[in-house]
Design a protein around this ligand. Structure first.
Ligand code: NAG
Ligand code: NAG
Length: 160
């Protein structure tokens, strides 16, 4: 085998091992709604009309993939939570997912940044804090998309 190829393979293996370690270390202490389909009666903003929503910035990544982010990494912070889920639908549905961290009360970490990589079959998708958030020790996040055939997301919460 060419030594350069060997080097690349070696690096890839190290990455995979590092990824497995990260997934093992990061505890998943969440309250999670699952990805649910919603109607004009059941969507979050209709059920909680007084909730103050803070929208995440939205960047188109590639194809139907988006990166939603809020806050900024600081030196000394670290990954405190990694979570992913995905669902497919037989037709375009209006969907939401509600994620609360930690499951109850507050955590000892202060949140610096939340990043969500999401894949949907539409441009009508957004992410919001509906409670807590950056510089707080808890957060509740709403991921919403209309007329999508699938929703796949991976979330990273950083803090110190
Ligand atoms: C989805 O549709 C609802 C109702 O028309 C609208 O309020 C909302 O802004 C749309 N987009 C998202 C991402 O929820
Ligand atoms: C979080 O705290 C940092 C440092 O004090 C500040 O610069 C930033 O604006 C705060 N962000 C929010 C969303 O409160």
């Amino acid at each position: 085998m060419h030594s350069y190829t060997k080097m690349l393979l070696g690096a890839a293996q190290k990455c995979i091992i590092a990824l497995i370690l990260v997934k093992c270390i990061v505890a998943v202490d969440l309250q999670y709604s699952e990805i649910v389909t919603v109607t004009s009666e059941t969507r979050y903003v209709v059920q909680y009309p007084n909730a103050a929503l803070t929208i995440f910035s939205k960047n188109h990544y590639v194809g139907g993939q988006y990166v939603f982010s809020s806050g900024k990494r600081i030196s000394g912070d670290r990954l405190i939570l990694n979570f992913e889920d995905s669902t497919q639908f037989t037709k375009g549905e209006d969907v939401e997912a509600l994620i609360r961290y930690p499951a109850k009360g507050t955590d000892s970490n202060i949140i610096t940044q939340v990043e969500i990589y999401a894949a949907v079959s539409t441009e009508d998708a957004d992410t919001f804090f509906v409670d807590g958030g950056i510089n707080k020790s808890y957060c509740e996040i709403l991921i919403a998309s209309n007329k999508t055939n699938y929703l796949e997301f991976e979330m990273f919460i950083y803090g110190y």
